[in-house]
Design a protein around this ligand. Sequence first.
Ligand SMILES: [Zn+2]
Length: 139
Amino acid sequence: MAALRKLVWIEHDLFRGSGCSECAWVFNPSGAPTGKSFNEAVRNFESQRDKEFTLHVCADHPRAKSQSTKHDVKQDWEKLYRAAIIESDRSKLLQRIEDAEAAILERSRSLSKSPANSGKEQEAIARALHILSLLRAKK
Ligand SMILES: [Zn+2]
């Protein structure tokens, strides 16, 4: 993974921002940029972004493969879901959505067997399914 990664602009119906060209990392600014002037805010924003980009490890943000590995890793669905959200290639988008939905349904089946402690994730799952259905309708 020592490829020449670049900070790239990702533009999508549901996400606009900077991300890594080699993995699923995207920049999520923590809070609004601060600064005494607009230019200062932009500079702060960019330096925060560049710093986080430099620090992230591509291996920690794998892109979902279209052949999803079957071993059940908890919250794997989130990676697939994220990959679907940031997929900009429309020819791959449907496959991404289907991978994510399959993982989500599998996850939600296993959650329903152990409902304790899973309320938050179930909420996230419901939201994710909703977003995916919107994405699918966009096609
Ligand atoms: Zn990366």
